[in-house]
Write a protein that binds this ligand. Sequence first.
Ligand code: ADP
Ligand code: MG
Ligand code: MG
Length: 905
Amino acid sequence: MSDVKRVYTFGDGKAEGRADMKNLLGGKGANLAEMNLIGVPVPAGFTITTEVCTEYNKKGKDAVVELMKAEVEAGVAATEKAMNAKFGSKGEAFPLLLSVRSGARVSMPGMMNTVLNLGMNDDAVKILAEKSGNATFAWDSYRRFIQMYGDVVMGVEAEEGQHNPFEIVLDKVKNEKGYKADNEMTVEDLQGVVEDFKAVIKESAGKDFPTDPWEQLWGAVCAVFDSWNTERAILYRRMENIPEEWGTAVNVQAMVYGNMGENSATGVCFSRDAATGEDIFNGEYLINAQGEDVVAGVRTPQEITLEGSRRWAERNGTSEEERAAKFPSLEESMPELYKELDTVQQKLEDHYKDMQDMEFTIQDGKLWMLQTRNGKRTAAAMVKIAVDMMEQGYFDEKTALLRQDPNKLDELLHPVFEKDAMAKATILSKGLPASPGAATGKVVFSANDAEEWAAKGEKVILVRRETSPEDLKGMAAAEGILTERGGMTSHAAVVARGMGKCCISSAEGLSVEGKNLTINGKKIAEGEYISLNGTTGVVYEGEVATITPSLEGNFAKIMELSEKNTRMYVRTNADTPADAQTAREFGAKGIGLCRTEHMFFEGDRIWKMREMILAEDVEGRKLALDKLLPIQHEDFYGILKAMDGYGVTIRLLDPPLHEFTPNDEASQKEMAEKLGVDISVVKEKVDALHEFNPMLGHRGCRLGNTYPEITEMQARAIIEAACDLKKEGLDPKPEIMVPLVGTVKELKMQEEIIRTTAKKVFEEKGIEVDYLVGTMIEIPRAALTANEVAEVAEFFSFGTNDLTQMAFGYSRDDAGKFLPIYIEKGILKHDPFQRLDQTGVGQLVEMGCEKGRATRPDIKLGICGEHGGEPSSVEFCHRTGLDYVSCSPFRVPIARLAAAQAALR
Ligand code: ADP
Ligand code: MG
Ligand code: MG
C-alpha cells in the first residue's frame, strides 16, 4: 500500500468519509458515508476517490488498477463482512452482488453509467436462486446484469436505425408470450433471455461475457472512469461549468433487491415538491422492480403518498376504485414501510437543511436508502423552498439568499400563457406536468433537428417517445419537450427541470413513430405549431399567446432581501421609455446606458439622419440636425420621465456613420430619389464612408470632435427635455456620456460643447437642472490614463464589451469563428464577452477605478457592458468597488440578487 488513501469504506453505521468530503468522494459517496453516520440504513460498500480518476487519466488503466488493488480488495472484504455474503461465492455463503456507480462532486444525471448485480455468473445465479428460494428473482437479476454490463462496459449498442439488441430479445419474448411488462417473464423465459443476451454480446463485442467476478469488477470500475470523458459528460460539464479536473468517484456497494417479489420495491422520492416547492413529501415507486425501472418509464410508477396518488388519479382521469386497486400508494400497500420512509426523509431534510432527492429500495420488507442529495428544482421551487425553510427556522436570511442561483431566476421572468388565449386554445392532450412554464413552437422529432432549426432562429418543441442523455443538446435548443412515455422522474422530466425547460411527459393518446405524430387521432406534421403548459400538463394546438409572469409573493421576498443586503445598486440598459418602465418594475434604479443611435433607425427618422450624412458642409448638417432635434427631444423626455428621480446615462452618438447608409444598389437609388440627389452622390458618399476597420474607425467621440454640431444638437435635446420636465415638477437626472474616449483632450473638447450648450438652454428656458458629464471607459488607454480623464469626467461607465474587444484584440463581430474552438481547446475557459475576464480585462477596470478615484474621490463608477447582468462579473464589480452595474431589463433581478450575494460572501 502507498501512503495515499484511495478507498473509503462505509457500512453498519460506520464510515471513513463524511458529507463535507464531496470533493474527494463525490456527492453520492460523501452522502452514503454521512447517511451511515446518522443512522440511516444503507447497504455497505466503499468509494474510490475522485483523485484516482485524475490519476487514471494521467497514468492509464493498468498502473492505477495496480495502485488501488489492495485497498479495493480490502473494501470488498469489509463489505462481505457487513452484509454477511461472499463475492464470488461457490455456495459456502449468500452471494454478494455489487452495484458500481459513478458520483462526481455535483450530480450529473444520466451522465455516468451504473452497473447493478455485478458478480453474477452461471454459478452465482444458481446459488442465489437456491439461497433466496426465488429463482425468478435470481434470473431476472442475471439478465439485468448482462444487459447493463454489455451496454456500459462492453459498449454493445443499437446499430443505426435499429432498436437496442437487448430490447429486441426482450420484446420478442414478450410478444410471443403476450406479456405487457418485463416482470411477467417466467424463470424459463429469463433463462432463454440470458442465453440470447450472451449471444448478443459475443456477436457485438466479439468476445465472451466475462464470468469472473473480479474481472467484471475491474471492468466496471474502469468504465466509470472512462465515462468521465464521454461526449455527453463533456457536454454537460461545459453547460454547467464543471471543471474537467474534478473527476468522478466510483461507488461500489452491496446490492439490495427490489425485485425479490411482491414484498420488495424500489423508488425515488423528494422531501418537497421539486416543481412547485410545496412542502409535501412525494415520489414514485414500483413493486418488484429494480434500479432504473422507475425512471425508465417502462411500467407506470405509483405514487408514494396517498395524497399524491389521489392527485395523480385526478390528473389522469383514473377513478378512485381503479386507483386503489391497480395503482395504490406505498402508504396503502406497505403502510409500515411507508412510515419508516417518511421518518427517514424528514430526518435527512432536517440534517441537510435542504430539499432531498432520495433513492430507496425495499428488499423483502426491509427499507434501504441508496442515495440522497440536495434535489434539483425549478426556479419557482428554488425560491419557495428557501423562503419557506427560512420561515420554518431552518436557516437565516443570509442562507436563504445564498441558496438562490441568480441565473435560474431567469425562468421566473419568462412568459406564461395568456389566460384568455389559453381558454380559447384547443386542447390536444394532457400529460404529466413534468417541468413547469409555457412553451410554444414548431414540432420537431429529433434532437439534431431541434438544434438545427433552433440555430436558424426557429422556436421548436422536441417531441420524443422518451428522451435519453443523447438528446441533451436538442433539449437545450428546444423551447419545450413533449414525450409519449415516462413519469415525473423520467430522464426528460429531471433534465428539463434542471434546465428550466417546460416539459410534459406521458401525454395521453400521443403516439410518435419516426416523424409521424398523432395526438388523440389528430395528425401533427413536422413544423406545425403546438404549445405546452408544463405547469398543468396540457398540450394545445397551434401557437398560444404568452404574457410576462407576476413578480409577487416569494420572488418579491427574495428581491426585498437582496435590496436589504446589497451594497451596489442596479441600473438598466434601455433605449425606450417602455424598456425603462419594465426595468423599473424589476427594481432598476436608473439607466446605465441609453444608446441614442437606436433612436435613429425607427420609421422615417433614418431619412433625416441620411440627410445629415449627405450634407456637404456644416451649414447643411445643421439644417438636417435641426430636423432631428425635436425627435431626440421627445425621446429623451420620455426616458427621463420614465426614470424620474434616478440617474439616466445617455451616450452620445457612437457608431460609424456608414451604419446609417444603404449598401445595395436598389436602396441607394431609393435614397437618391428621396433626398433629391443623383445616385452618384449617394454612391460617392457611401464609398467615402467605407472603412477597413470600422470598429476602430471614425466613431464615438471622434464623430463629435469632427462634427461638433452633432454633439451640440444632442446635448441641446437632452438638456431641453430635462428643463421641460423640471418645469412640470419632476426630477430629471441626465448624465451625458461621451463614448470611446482615449485621451482626456477628446473628452475635454466634448465637455466644452456640452456645457456651453447647456448654459444657453438654461438661459433660454429660464430654469436650470443638475447634470453630469462623464465618459465610457472602453479604450484601454482611457483606463491607463484614468487619472487624467477624471479631471474632466464626473463619472466613468466601464463599457466592458469594447474594453474586452480591445484588450484581447478580438473583433466582437468576427470572434464567433474562433471563440468556440478556443473554448473547446481550453485556450479560454469562457467566452470573455459573456463573462468578464477578471485576470486581464479586470485589471483595466480596477486600474480605472483606482486612478479615477485618486483624482476625483467622489467619481461615480459603474459598468454597462453585457457583463453587468452576469453573476460572476457582478461579483467582480462588487469587489472592485463599483457603485452600480447596468444590464438589460430582464436581467435586473438576476443582477440584484448577484450583487446581494456578493455583498454577503
Ligand atoms: P443516478 O446517478 O443516475 O441516479 P445511480 O448510480 O444512483 O444513478 O443508480 C441508478 C439506479 O441503481 C438507482 O435508481 C438505484 O436505485 C439503483 N441502485 C444503485 N445502487 C444500488 C444498490 N446497492 N442496490 C440496489 N439498487 C441500486
Ligand atoms: Mg446513472
Ligand atoms: Mg441515483
